[in-house]
Design a protein around this ligand. Structure first.
Ligand SMILES: Nc1nc2c(c(=O)[nH]1)N[C@@H](CN(C=O)c1ccc(C(=O)N[C@@H](CCC(=O)O)C(=O)O)cc1)CN2
Length: 300
């Protein structure tokens, strides 16, 4: 392997350390304890893993964690009523509804019901619009974490060609906006793009966020490029055991890239650390306080 391994687990731990320190300071100086409400509808196994992790990390950071678990057959109206209550609860500063939702519930309607000031996922159209127009808002956790991972390798992204593979509302589109804001030249490619390998080979920075296991091969990568793998694909081995793999064929890619994030241990942990950061930011803004300095604690 020639590529530098960008350690998301270590960076997430550093960020969480900073968030915990700022949270303690907030409690001591303002008597304010940030609160995060996590809503899970149904019993999707992967969602249960992520929600458990979010709740644990929230408590570890010294924040209040409010768990709401609703049955799979919960009606959209009942979910919207819960969100309305969380929007007005002064102990709750962040609200997130774990995705995906059951098929009978409209996610766009649910996400639109969250108070934008408490939208710590950054999925609300108000926050998406603020990001698109360069205004302060809450930024989606995964793209925010990807930018922090990139800064581990690039002090300045200006003029670099970034290719974002995927155009989802929760990763691809906000990722392109964040890279543009750092003066990258940004290309967004997707399932309808022609000649994906050629387009990806143009990238100094390649962000893979399509949800297709090992789609990106080693020969799709420009030698020395930085690869950020957002994929979280659960695949079952012939012996029946499950494993997590990314959207990038890691071994092939690591032989060509200059730096790469692993799966697991890359973007995933940063998603949760940035959720805590967003919750802290939201609580400060709701209290009329300046945004906290969340520069991750120095590494070893
Ligand atoms: N409301 C939201 N729903 C979903 C989001 C989100 O940001 N907000 N993102 C994904 C899932 N996700 C967070 O919810 C998430 C995925 C993966 C990880 C993570 O730490 N993965 C670990 C491995 C953990 C495992 O064994 O699966 C890793 O990559 O190292 C954290 C959060 C969709 N839904």
């Amino acid at each position: 392997m020639t590529a530098q391994r960008i350690d998301g687990k270590a960076l997430a731990a550093r960020l969480q350390e900073t968030v915990a320190a700022r949270t303690a300071g907030l409690g001591a100086t303002q008597g304010l304890r940030p609160g995060l409400a996590v809503v899970l509808v149904g019993s999707d196994p992967a969602s249960q893993v992520y929600v458990r992790s979010k709740r644990r990390r929230t408590a570890e950071a010294g924040m209040q964690s409010f768990a709401h678990e609703l049955p799979e057959d919960t009606g959209e109206a009942a979910l919207l009523e819960l969100i309305a209550r969380l929007n007005t609860d002064p102990a709750v500063h962040g609200v997130l509804v774990q995705l995906p939702l059951p098929a009978h519930i409209d996610p766009m309607r649910v996400l639109a019901a969250i108070d934008p000031a408490k939208d710590v996922d950054g999925f609300h159209v108000v926050n998406a619009g603020r990001l698109a127009t360069g205004q302060p808002g809450l930024v989606p956790c995964t793209p925010l974490g990807c930018m922090m991972l990139l800064r581990e390798r690039h002090a300045d992204l200006s003029g670099l060609h970034a290719v974002v593979l995927g155009r989802s509302n929760i990763v691809g589109k906000p990722m392109a906006q964040l890279l543009l804001a750092e003066n990258c030249t940004v290309t967004v490619v997707h399932s309808r793009s022609r000649d994906l390998p050629m387009l990806c080979r143009q990238a100094d920075i390649l962000v893979a966020a399509v949800g297709r296991p090992e789609l990106v091969r080693g020969d799709w990568i420009r030698p020395g490029a930085t690869v950020i793998d957002v994929g979280i694909n659960r695949v079952v081995r012939p012996d029946g055991t499950a494993r997590l793999i990314g959207d990038v064929a890691f071994d092939e890619a690591a032989a060509v890239a200059g730096a790469i994030t692993p799966v697991p241990g890359g973007v995933g942990p940063m998603t949760i650390a940035c959720l805590l950061a967003n919750t802290l930011i939201a609580s400060c803004r709701q209290a009329g306080l300046p945004d906290p300095d969340l520069t991750p604690a120095p590494g070893a």
